[in-house]
Design a binder for this molecule. Structure first.
Ligand SMILES: Nc1nc2c(ncn2[C@@H]2O[C@H](COP(=O)(O)OP(=O)(O)OP(=O)(O)O)[C@@H](O)[C@H]2O)c(=O)[nH]1
Ligand SMILES: [Mg+2]
Length: 319
């Protein structure tokens, strides 16, 4: 996962502590004006390097796969994150410059140089303080993004969509070995989750989305935006799960309206209407009927999804 291996982001206090304590240690190893010079150099180097690392360890968002970009944007506001990263880059340059500027002022007289060194420390600390909020934002973004699931944009992919509580996660759990929490309350799935299954030696991804509600994009919350994002960029087929029994808490009409809206929005992607909870009701016109609870017809639904994907692998050995 692209956001997984980022180093942890230090806070402004951690950075300043580290720089000044290393500088003090470097100073103790020498004496007189040399000690001041060494402290100045060590502190500005450490600040400049560490700030620079924070900024450059992130992937360039212009190169990030559109799927990940939208998913990341739903979670952290990528524009704000990029602004913070460039502020931190600025602070890296600035701390370097301050180091150079004060190196040029040093006289070789220990007392005079101590004054300059102290001035430099104050200015260095100010610069880091100026980007304290940015460091915090970047650290938080890292925390949030590292939890994103591993997704291969090139693998054939089935996306499972539908209103909350209709049994999407139950279905995904039944056909994969992904361990999703399944619960009674709506919005059980707190993000996009991905499982895998094999059919005729082809590996498929199956994406469990949070419940989608029939509201315009700007009224949806971030979790729902993630689901829409996943649908846009990944789906080779959509399994749209409906609950005709009404036990999910949403009327069937609203569920079918959402299915139709998705069908229009993703005109190139086949949408299978699957009636789940057939143990409770089958009172809807659907492509397939199943009861995940009773294990009825679940495999047949998966087969239908695989057919809908229609993936033709390129076989290197075939003539
Ligand atoms: N009777 C019956 N209940 C089912 C069936 N499948 C799932 N359920 C129940 O429906 C409830 C919701 O199931 P989930 O799989 O969490 O639904 P979801 O669509 O993933 O819900 P969100 O993640 O909130 O959108 C759970 O209590 C399941 O046990 C079924 O075939 N029959
Ligand atoms: Mg779910």
């Amino acid at each position: 996962m692209i956001f997984e291996n980022l180093p942890t982001t230090p806070t402004s206090e951690e950075l300043v502590d580290k720089a000044f304590s290393r500088a003090a240690r470097a100073g103790r190893a020498k004496s007189g004006a040399e000690a001041q010079q060494s402290m100045l150099q060590t502190s500005s180097n450490i600040l400049s390097d560490n700030l620079g690392n924070v900024a450059t360890e992130w992937p360039d968002f212009r190169d990030v796969d559109p799927f990940y970009y939208e998913l990341a944007d739903a979670i952290v506001d990528v524009d704000e994150l990029r602004k913070s990263l460039s502020e931190i880059q600025w602070a890296s340059r600035k701390t370097h410059e301050i180091g150079r500027e004060y190196q040029g002022k040093l006289t070789g007289d220990a007392d005079t140089d101590r004054k300059f060194r102290k001035q430099a420390f104050a200015r260095l600390a100010d610069v880091v303080e100026e980007v304290a909020d940015d460091l915090e934002r970047v650290g938080q973004a890292h925390q949030d993004l590292r939890r994103l699931p591993e997704i291969d944009p090139d693998e054939p992919t089935v996306v499972v969509a539908g209103y909350p509580n209709v049994g999407k996660s139950s279905f995904v759990n039944a056909v994969t070995n992904a361990r999703n929490e399944i619960a009674e309350y709506p919005f059980t799935t707190k993000g996009v989750r991905v499982g895998h299954f094999d059919r005729e030696r082809i590996r498929y991804q199956i994406v469990d989305t949070p419940g989608l509600l029939d509201r315009p994009a700007d009224e949806r919350n971030d979790i729902e935006n993630q689901a829409v994002s996943a649908l846009t960029h990944l789906a080779d087929a959509i399994v749209f799960v409906v609950d005709a029994s009404g036990y999910c808490g949403y009327p069937l009409d609203a569920q079918l309206d959402l299915r139709d809206a998705l069908g229009e929005q993703f005109a190139d992607v086949p949408v299978l209407t699957v009636c789940n909870k057939s143990d409770l009701s089958t009172d809807v016109d659907a492509d397939a009927y199943m009861s995940v609870e009773n294990g009825e017809n679940v495999d047949a639904v998966l087969d239908a999804a695989v057919d809908a994907v229609g993936y033709e692998p390129e076989l290197p050995f075939e003539e």
